[in-house]
Design a protein around this ligand. Structure first.
Ligand code: UT7
Length: 325
């Protein structure tokens, strides 16, 4: 029996930060950001609003859309690179805020590929037949971990959350296959150096701003284009499919130029690619669920559509999944 998405939800904070707002505080311009990234605005959470709060809002919508009661959830997986704390996990906090004390919960740290990793793990858990409903949520507050004085990262990221309820399929919808990859050898290209045990927070690490995201954007760009294309084509081959059988591609929303290069490599017109990087920027593990859910709400992605999800991010990690909605 297949494992399918039974309902989805998303939540973005109210505050909109436009490129014009960023022009006022950084040596940057709307023209540069739009041309190099496709981003026009992004959302920022309040100081008092935590990653777990965004996750809870998205999860409540997914629970409603799946037509289940919160108490029907028997496992929670939260994908995040910006957790409330190193521990307890954000998954545990989300469970408590949903009134689900006692339900197992865990975080997945797979950067921007986190949501695809989490879906794949939920797929494996449900396939054992021991569980009925798994909540998978990708949630990020990246504004709180990027350097407000670093134009090369501060303009790229945004806050938000997207969630899905997964369960056994009752029709022909479901996950058709996935392929995941990782290579820690490239980890330093995109990392948050301090805050862990390797470089604990202290005056020196703070002065050197090592508690903020560091990214070699150019190198990540080239690897993202190559790896997202490779993993997508490899998965399609494994499934005996070609890209013309895909109704939609939902790529990780990091940069419009990466998305366009991917579409070209897969020979899929941009009309069949979901893009919202202009509105939300790069929301890491939240970007794919926000994009799918919004596309469903807008009537683009419909029941029965075959969709390719593909992402690339810190780790480095990358992966793809094909599913019928
Ligand atoms: O989520 C998964 C991981 N992340 C990604 O996939 C992001 C991948 N990388 C990218 O999207 C792009 O590499 C960036 C958008 C980050 C940068 O675009 P780029 O075309 O690779 O630019 P660059 O880093 O080569 O920088 C070109 C110039 C530099 O100036 P010089 O050295 O040529 O004088 C930068 O200093 O652009 C400058 N620059 C900026 N200028 C205005 C960098 N950031 C900005 C900025 N505004 N915000």
């Amino acid at each position: 029996m297949k494992v399918a998405i039974k309902g989805m939800g998303f939540y973005v904070p109210e505050e909109v930060v436009t490129n014009f707002d960023l022009e006022k505080i950084l040596d940057t311009s709307d023209a540069w950001i739009v041309e190099r990234t496709g981003i026009r605005e992004r959302r920022r959470a309040k100081d008092t609003e935590l990653t777990s709060d965004l996750a809870v809002n998205a999860s409540k919508m997914a629970i409603k859309n799946a037509g289940i009661d919160p108490t029907d959830i028997d496992f929670i997986i939260c994908a995040t690179a910006s957790p409330d704390y190193l521990f307890p996990s954000t998954g545990c906090i989300v469970g408590t805020k949903l009134g689900l004390g006692g339900v197992p919960a865990v975080d997945i740290a797979a950067g921007c590929t986190g949501f695809i990793y989490a879906l794949s793990i939920a797929h494996g858990l449900l396939a054992t037949g021991n569980l009925k409903n798994v909540l998978v949520v990708g949630a990020e507050e990246l504004f709180k971990i990027v350097d407000p004085e670093d134009r090369s990262t501060y303009v790229l990221f945004g806050d938000g959350a997207g969630a899905a309820i997964l369960g056994l399929s009752e029709d022909d919808s479901g996950i058709l296959g996935w392929e995941l990859r990782a290579d820690g050898g490239y980890g330093e290209l995109l990392m948050l150096p301090a805050r862990g045990v390797a470089l604990p927070l202290n005056q020196e690490t703070i002065e050197k701003k090592l508690h903020y995201v560091k990214m070699k954007g150019n190198e990540i760009f080239k690897l993202a284009v190559r790896c997202m294309g490779d993993v997508s084509l490899s998965l399609l081959k494994k499934l005996g499919m070609n890209s013309s059988q895909l109704d939609w591609i939902v790529p990780h929303q990091a940069n419009i130029r990466i998305i366009q290069a991917l579409a070209k490599r897969l020979d899929v017109p941009m009309e069949r690619v979901i893009v919202n990087v202009d509105k939300y920027g790069n929301t890491s593990a939240a970007s794919i669920p926000i994009a799918i859910c919004e596309a469903i709400e807008e009537g683009k992605i419909k029941k029965g559509d075959v969709v390719l999800l593909v992402a690339f991010g810190a780790g480095l990690t990358w992966g793809a999944m094909v599913l019928r909605i």
